[in-house]
Design a binder for this molecule. Structure first.
Ligand code: URA
Length: 159
């Protein structure tokens, strides 16, 4: 199934992941599997409701066998994401994981080094952070993603 995204068209905070996994493919909604449940939990701890934000992915269809999106898939789908950014006009986008961060920033970055920093894509502020699926495998890193989402949330509150 095509997973375009889900949430509020008035969202000031947007989250962008890599691409739909098995659960997302079945339900047509982003981040509804294990990684999504962790994301929802982190958001809840900051009093952020999923219906007030917008969540989408770099690629809108599940890559076969959960492989990373290929460069030509990301570069095709970024046009859709740019259209979503133009319509929703969020103040801050949190890029979840290396694939989303590199695609949105159009450069090679080391996510562990650049996470939590503020970047721009045109006029949109981008904060890269670790992917929730990585946190499931490395729970000791939980405070990092929490801090970055908190920083993104603080930014929209100060706008
Ligand atoms: N991982 C992603 O990057 N996106 C989803 O929608 C689900 C898991």
């Amino acid at each position: 199934m095509i997973v375009f995204g889900h949430g509020s068209p008035d969202a000031r905070l947007m989250f962008v992941g890599e691409g739909p996994g098995k659960d997302e493919d079945l339900q047509g909604k982003p981040f509804v599997g294990r990684a999504g449940k962790l994301l929802t939990k982190l958001l809840g701890a900051l009093d952020i409701r999923r219906e007030d934000i917008f969540i989408t992915n770099i690629v809108k269809c599940r890559p076969p066998s959960n492989r990373l999106p290929l460069p030509n898939e990301s570069s095709t789908c970024i046009k859709l994401l740019d259209a979503q950014l133009k319509i929703i006009r969020p103040d801050v986008v949190c890029a979840l994981g290396s694939c989303a961060a590199k695609t949105l920033l159009e450069k090679e970055i080391k996510i562990t080094k650049e996470r939590g920093k503020i970047f721009k894509r045109g006029t949109t502020t981008i904060i890269p952070t670790l992917h929730p699926a990585y946190i499931l495998r490395n729970p000791k890193e939980m405070d990092k993603i929490f801090q970055d989402i908190q920083a993104a949330h603080k930014l929209i509150q100060n706008k």
